[in-house]
Design a protein around this ligand. Structure first.
Ligand SMILES: Cc1cc2nc3c(=O)[nH]c(=O)nc-3n(C[C@H](O)[C@H](O)[C@H](O)COP(=O)(O)OP(=O)(O)OC[C@H]3O[C@@H](n4cnc5c(N)ncnc54)[C@H](O)[C@@H]3O)c2cc1C
Length: 430
């Protein structure tokens, strides 16, 4: 039986503590907040999309960064294992559109309660309001100059130090045989995601892949988005291009905001384009009528214009767009709003059609971490053993969840990563 400290009472930390306790270890879970699972509480708009029930091929295709690193973790504790775990512990679940899994109650708090119940049943000691500020690392083993130390077991395996425990904000030391860090990323900081665990990992020699906001709204150069704030467009196609190269091309729902664009389609796009976006602005095109080909759209416009021939252009578009979008479309068309529809030329109509099929916007950046669903980057996967989640540098130190350089699209995949890596870390402790 080993003494195990788990740092971070989020999804990954709670699952890691459960897995370690199930293996018979003596587990203490430390959380800086006054309660566990503060971020889980706000997931899925308070309903918690706890995993995705699609096949594993699809699960992996929704993991954007380092999916291969997660093979062992996800094959060892997959989406079905997550669903079984929650059901066996009394949480009723349901599968919705896109294979998204939610609690039947639609309350994220029930997911937290289930995890807490399980932790208590396994006698995990939970210490709230406890923030770790330091990792205790065996400094002697660190000294590779010393021949005796090179002979020690851990060094032979390539580690350069051994974890001995942690120190909390009051200077209290907790000794342990193993420490599992599950302190999250840096997005939605108010939930406790301060990045402290990532900084501590860096301090003891781990490489940190650059942190950047992902699943995040996008800012546009065009200020007219502000006039449409709150307007949601369903069933549109969004294409994002870097010159001629198409970086993103998908259908779905989007939303205009005071700074640009958001909504499910845009959040997904942000995760795909954010590396390129750091270097340059990108062009985005919204197809407002994706079900119609350009030809079909022209026929539709001809019909609309014939029916409304005597009306002014500004009064002839109600059948085509939501009311709030009409002034924007008129200004982008460069057709005078008072012009009679029967006087609109073929070239003007064609240009207008092009604008409907490819409403242009310039993406100039993302919103910051405060609004990002997840953090891209974190502890480099090169420094973590994918079969155990143990550090390759510090023996006895394990990682789980969002603090690792892995991230996925929306749909329950990020929590699945937390469950899988947490479970693997907890059950790998020797
Ligand atoms: C608004 C929103 C909605 C989301 N919805 C979904 C969804 O529906 N489905 C989905 O799959 N994913 C969703 N996600 C993403 C998902 O919530 C995260 O990827 C996941 O919760 C990460 O879990 P974690 O345990 O790694 O980190 P966290 O949940 O961030 O937990 C880390 C914990 O560590 C604690 N901690 C940090 N530093 C210290 C320290 N020094 N000492 C002690 N404790 C510390 C923190 O207080 C925190 O409680 C959403 C995210 C957000 C922000």
């Amino acid at each position: 039986m080993s003494k195990v400290i788990v740092v971070g009472g989020g999804a990954a930390g709670m699952m890691a503590a459960i897995a370690a306790a199930e293996c018979g270890h003596l587990v203490t879970l430390l959380e800086q907040n006054e309660k566990l699972g503060k971020k889980i509480y706000i997931t899925g708009k308070g309903r918690c999309n706890l995993t995705n029930a699609s096949d594993l091929e699809n699960v992996f295709s929704n993991i954007v960064t380092n999916p291969k690193f997660l093979y062992s973790a996800i094959y060892g504790f997959d989406n079905q294992s997550s669903m079984d775990f929650f059901e066996q512990n009394g949480l009723k679940i349901k599968i919705e559109r896109g294979n998204r899994v939610f609690p039947v109650s639609d309350h994220a708090s029930d997911v937290i309660k289930t995890l807490e119940k399980c932790l208590r049943a396994l006698h995990v000691e939970i210490r709230l309001n406890t923030r770790i500020i330091e990792l205790m690392i065996d400094k002697e083993s660190h000294n590779v100059e010393n021949n005796e130390e090179i002979e020690c077991d851990s060094l032979k395996k390539g580690y350069n130090s051994v974890v001995k425990g942690i120190v909390d904000q009051h200077g209290k030391k907790y000794e342990a045989d193993a420490v599992i860090l599950a302190t999250g990323g840096v997005s939605y900081e108010t939930t406790g995601a301060t990045g402290e665990g990532i900084r501590l990992s860096e301090k003891c020699g781990h490489h940190i892949s650059q942190l950047c906001p992902a699943l995040v709204p996008l800012e546009t150069k065009e200020t007219w988005c502000r006039d449409l704030m709150g307007l949601s467009l369903k069933n549109v196609n969004v294409k994002i291009k870097n010159g001629k190269k198409v970086l993103f091309d998908e259908f779905g729902e989007m939303l205009f905001t005071h700074f640009g664009v958001s909504g499910p389609l845009i959040l997904s796009a942000s995760s795909i384009i954010n590396t390129v976006l750091k270097k340059q602005d990108l062009q985005m095109f919204i197809d407002l009528k994706p079900a119609l080909s350009e030809e079909q759209l022209q026929k539709r416009l001809i019909r609309e214009f014939e029916e409304n021939g005597q009306k002014q252009f500004k009064n002839a578009l109600n059948g085509l767009f939501p009311t709030r979008l009409i002034p924007i479309m008129i200004s982008l068309s460069e057709i005078h709003p008072d012009k009679k529809v029967c006087e609109i030329s073929k070239a003007e109509r064609q240009k207008f059609g092009n604008c409907i099929k490819a409403l242009p916007l310039t993406i100039v950046g993302t919103r910051d971490f405060k609004e990002a669903i997840i953090t891209r980057g974190g502890v480099s996967v090169k420094d973590i053993n994918p079969s155990t989640m143990e550090s390759k540098i510090v023996k006895g130190l394990y990682f789980a969840g969002e603090m690792i350089d892995v991230d996925a699209l929306t749909g329950g995949y990020n929590l699945q990563i937390a469950w899988s890596t947490g479970h693997l870390a907890g059950s790998s402790v020797e």
